[in-house]
Ligand binder design. Structure first.
Ligand code: NAP
Length: 238
């Protein structure tokens, strides 16, 4: 029997790479997507040395033609996608006051906000549009969001990042509804504050802790809900 197929974006490092490892442990054939070839090859070689079933596709989620190529490749070679983890993300608003990429919403450049929305929100949209029609009943889409996008706990700073994750959560709700008839589950997850390049060294969680709920939502038969926002395997407010 052909293994189930899982696709992970932004998977050459951090939460994405660890998700690939965990999905392969769960028996999936993993399509590891990286925006640059070199770090992608390195990541895949590491996993293949560990005897994992994984392959590389170069996909910058901002580049519509690369996302479409991925869709074509998967349709021709596998004909299905069981799990999609929209993990690729950026937080380019610097902590320093001033400067074009400031985390201060009073001076942040709208271009910086647009760039962040393009990757964190529209990147996920491009992936869903390219792959969702190939998902069988029971397919799962996991959007890696952030508590920084929670309206119920909205705070100052990091306008672009916050907007992008609030909008990603809206995407989760819309596609949960659109794909309900086909029994495809679409959920958002906050991994917590995790020690990755994006989270920084001071973050409170390990990468393994960070991916726990992501993998649970992607693979566990006990998950039957769709259109919710999760952290630590429990629902949280939008
Ligand atoms: N770490 C945290 O504390 C935390 C908290 C809440 C949410 N998150 C979310 O978790 C996700 C993963 O973050 P992480 O912590 O693992 O960060 P990370 O180590 O910085 O990894 C981010 C990944 O996204 C990729 N990426 C960025 N732009 C891309 C694009 N246009 N196309 C394809 N890939 C792209 C990066 O590729 P390159 O190597 O080429 O740059 C990298 O592989 C993000 O969505 C982030 O917002 C993280």
């Amino acid at each position: 029997m052909q293994a189930k197929i899982a696709v992970v974006t932004g998977a050459n490092r951090g939460l994405g790479l660890a998700s690939c490892r965990a999905l392969s442990d769960a028996g999936y054939h993993v399509i590891l997507c990286a925006r640059d070839s070199e770090p992608g090859v390195q990541a895949v070689e590491t996993l293949q040395q560990e005897k994992r079933s994984v392959e590389l596709r170069v996909v910058d989620v901002n580049r519509a033609e690369q996302v479409k190529d991925l869709g074509r490749y998967i349709r021709e070679n596998y004909g299905r996608v069981d799990v999609l983890i929209n993990n690729a993300g950026i937080n380019i608003e610097s902590r320093q006051a001033g400067g074009e990429r400031s985390a201060n919403p009073l001076i942040v450049s709208p271009m910086t906000v647009m760039e962040t929305l393009n990757t964190n929100t529209l990147g996920a949209l491009r992936m869903i549009q390219a792959l969702a029609l190939m998902m069988p009943e029971g397919g799962r889409i996991v959007n890696v969001s952030s508590g920084m996008g929670q309206l119920s706990e909205m705070d100052g700073g990091w306008l672009g990042y916050r907007l992008s994750k609030t909008a990603l959560n809206s995407l989760t709700r819309v596609f949960a509804k659109e794909l309900e008839e086909r029994s495809i589950l679409v959920n958002s997850v906050c991994p917590g504050w995790v020690r990755t390049d994006l989270g920084g060294e001071q973050a409170s969680r390990s990468i393994e802790e960070g991916i726990d709920t992501i993998i649970w939502l992607a693979t566990d038969p006990e998950v039957t809900e769709s259109g919710a926002f999760w952290r630590d395997r429990a629902k949280i407010d939008w």
